[in-house]
Design a binder for this molecule. Structure first.
Ligand SMILES: Cc1ncc(COP(=O)(O)O)c(C=O)c1O
Length: 386
């Protein structure tokens, strides 16, 4: 059976993971070598020359990522932001413009606005759910990328990937989807018309909060060649141990995402009936404005839930600081549940801008623990509210 016809979990376990031929070791060894012996000058074995350019452990991860996102090529980096930086350097030039979601991850906006802005890359933040506004913003400048996160971080907005791809392509631009929140198990943007997928593999793909990484996946040889060149020439690559840990996490992505989604749904439904809560932002709730669209373009709704409190900033801070199973920490997507207060933590860098996050909002990353314990933990934290 060819790999393309295999199910998601079979590809997750096997793509790029053939056993080692000499010993039969079922788990391919981690290759730490920074360089490779040559059989005479230029006599490379299987193309391996130097570790920044190629490494078998990184190659295995890249093959696995491409197989799961339905791309022809994947590139692995030392962080999500390193992947984004390399992508922008590879495919934009001074004078080009990026139209991005007005609730993009704060670090992405900081990179685009405060680092790459000085190198001549313009940007316009826009509400991606408002397709007319996107069309106008794209037409107003020399747009090279339309850049979207769906679900977005932390407002959980859902955007129509196929519609955005059409808008981008009509204007001669590319659609970049940050698929960190959904992961390829829940959503495959390339199949919906996107040109590029980026990931913080630190999150669901790694899945165990023990490795930082990023990835780019494309389905086009010309784009791949340009990205591959920058990966090699700039060198923000993942190291062998990071690549190995990411590969190991990725093998269980499907089973983890099923559990994250079940727990996310149950937690969102519990929050919805609490009188202290002003709004629950979770695409699995029929009341969410993007629910129908999410049902179309996602397999399930994931483990990320944002919640806003009637009691404002004080209530949000009280709950954030009084849980025991949910750990107050940056990041998301690990097997352990995490709690985040975005306006002072993950999104502090966009405070005071139009990307600022409401101060009465907390973001929950529901892990794979027993859901009764997650709900009991929240219930206990809620008792601290007046
Ligand atoms: C949606 C999203 N994209 C990109 C990033 C950046 O990834 P990294 O922290 O691995 O550099 C993050 C990090 O939180 C994120 O949440």
């Amino acid at each position: 059976m060819s790999a393309e016809n295999q199910g998601f979990n079979t590809r997750a376990v096997h793509a790029g993971q053939a056993f080692e031929p000499r010993t039969g070791a079922v788990v391919p060894p981690v290759h730490f070598s920074s360089t490779y012996a040559q059989d005479g000058i230029g006599g490379l074995r299987d193309g391996y020359e130097y570790g920044r350019g190629t490494n078998p452990t990184r190659d295995a991860l890249q093959e696995q990522l491409a197989a799961l996102e339905g791309g022809s090529h994947a590139y692995s980096f030392s962080s999500g932001l390193a992947a984004e930086d390399s992508l922008i350097r590879a495919l934009t030039r001074p004078g080009d413009h990026i139209v991005l979601g007005n609730d993009a991850y704060g670090g992405t906006y900081r990179l685009i606005n405060r680092v790459l802005g000085d190198w001549g890359i313009g940007n316009t933040p826009v509400d991606m759910a408002d397709l007319d506004a996107v069309r106008k913003a794209v037409a107003a400048s020399k747009t090279r990328f339309v850049w979207v996160e769906t679900p977005s971080n932390p407002l959980m907005k859902i955007t129509d990937i196929a519609a955005l791809a059409a808008i981008a392509h009509d204007a001669g631009a590319l659609l970049v989807v940050d698929n960190t929140f959904a992961s390829p198990y829940l959503q495959t943007p390339l199949a919906l018309g996107a040109d590029v997928v980026v990931h913080s593999t630190t999150k669901y793909i790694g899945g165990h909060s023990d490795v930082v990484g990023g990835a780019i996946v494309v389905n086009d040889a010309e784009l791949a060649e340009k990205i591959g060149f920058v990966q090699f020439a700039v060198g923000a690559v993942s190291g062998p141990m990071d690549a190995f840990l990411t590969t190991r996490g990725l093998k269980t992505l499907g089973v983890r995402m099923d559990r994250h989604s079940d727990n996310g749904q149950a937690v969102a439904e519990w929050l919805l009936q609490r009188p202290e809560v002003e709004a629950v932002l979770y695409p699995g709730l029929p009341s969410h404005p993007g629910h129908e669209l999410a049902r179309k373009q996602m397999k399930k709704f994931g483990g990320m839930v944002s919640v806003q409190f009637k009691g404002g900033e004080a209530a949000a801070r009280t709950v954030a600081e009084n849980t025991q199973v949910f750990t107050l920490a940056e990041s998301l997507g690990g097997i352990e549940s995490l709690m985040n207060y975005p306006s002072e933590m993950t999104h502090a860098s966009v405070k005071g801008t139009e990307l600022a996050v409401p101060v009465n909002l907390i973001r929950l990353s529901c892990g794979i623990e027993d859901v009764e314990d997650l709900i009991a933990d929240l219930e206990r934290a809620f008792t601290f509210l007046e």
